[in-house]
Ligand binder design. Sequence first.
Ligand SMILES: *Cc1c(COP(=O)(O)O)cnc(C)c1O
Length: 471
Amino acid sequence: MNWDEFSDWGKKVSDWTQAYHQTVGDKPVRARTEPGDILNALPVSPPEDPEMMEDIFQDFEQIVMPGITHWQHPRFFAYFNSNASAPSVLAEFLASAIAPQCMLWQTSPAATEMETRMMDWLRQALDLPDGFAGVIQDSASSATLAAVLTMREKALNWQGNQQGLFGQKPLRIYCSSEVHTSIDRAIWVAGIGQDNLVRIPIKGDWRGMDPEALEDAIQADLEAGLQPAGVILCVGGTGTGATDPVDRCLEIAQKYGLYTHVDAAWAGSAMICPDYRHYWLGIDQADSIVFNPHKWLGVQFDCCAHFLKNPDDLVQTLAISPEYLKTHGKDGIINYSEWSVPLGRRFRALKLWFVIRAYGLEGLRERLRNHVNWSVDLHDRLAAEPDFEIVTPPMWSLWTFRYVPTEASDLDDLNLRLVNTINDDGRIYLTQTRVDGDLVIRFQAGQFETTEDDVKMAFDVITEIARELTP
Ligand SMILES: *Cc1c(COP(=O)(O)O)cnc(C)c1O
């Protein structure tokens, strides 16, 4: 294939994309393939000779599409959504067409300067103080790793990268029992060790860290000769939306001089609405905050917003400047590769620019508020059914429930069968989690094309399928 044929194929792909997004709601949400089906449909060895684009495209439709779980389906209520809105898809097309590698300012000044401006737009949208600077990371996992490395280096007086951790006092990092597994992995990769990730008990409806227990744990570690290094807070945890009391926990962390990182990967998007900001009161005192526009803000994966009160700490932790990367004499420029673990960077700011302009903040807020309100309505209806139990209350658009008919003996087994039968049915897609050891079913709404009727349909599907099961 050469560029002369590109435009015909580009039109075809563009028509296909529009039709896909407009009809995806007619398909079963979760892929209906068995393990190995797709692998077996793909030739074992690569072709020696060129193949026609017609054949490649036909195989894409016949082999690939049946094996896709439709994340852009309006009744995808599982995990958290990963939205690809129309303007975002267009921006990604353009970014992949020009395909710049944006590691340094000079390797594409527009990408760097747009990233600076877009992160400041997002900062204003979240109403963070203007001292915060932002960088786009590939994922919340990477942002959290960067923050944990910063905690480590600060606590070791910037000697860890040079000397390693041998012979150092164990560093201690505190979080609640509800944080995402990306926190554990950051601790492993940073060489701090799982045993030094201290889980603070939770309390209250928000399932947030108990601040008194946090302070007790820090004091106990100091007395034992260990070295507290940082606190990681959770705003909108993945299982149930658990949210720590940000203001009180940050106050304690500051009292002991600890670096703080707030993981709001999912719920951070909702903070463009002033109505939800009471969930993270005191956030302006955090050192590092992460949220994923690639979840709930319509900007497709990957695009992770990482805000820093003092980016110098991060840059001091991560910057390496060998001669061939020096930018020679350009003052006042930012090389964002010094703010992240990977060196190479895609042009991710472009899709933020397209999406924020195409919807406006008000258009984005309206979508998020609808998702929350429709989800709460569904919660209210299910709560009124005597054979259903709400396990955790709505945090934004996320809540959990169980089917509890009186004659049931093994509720975990029954609810696992329920979620599996619902997903085999295909009209909606849900996932399960555990709350205090019990298997529960999660509901959350957040797909950009979801309508109120889509959310209402979940009530019919859940109750109808549940009541057909043998308890
Ligand atoms: C999704 C999620 C993450 C991980 O995000 P990635 O960008 O996939 O690394 C981390 N924390 C929370 C609370 C999440 O919901």
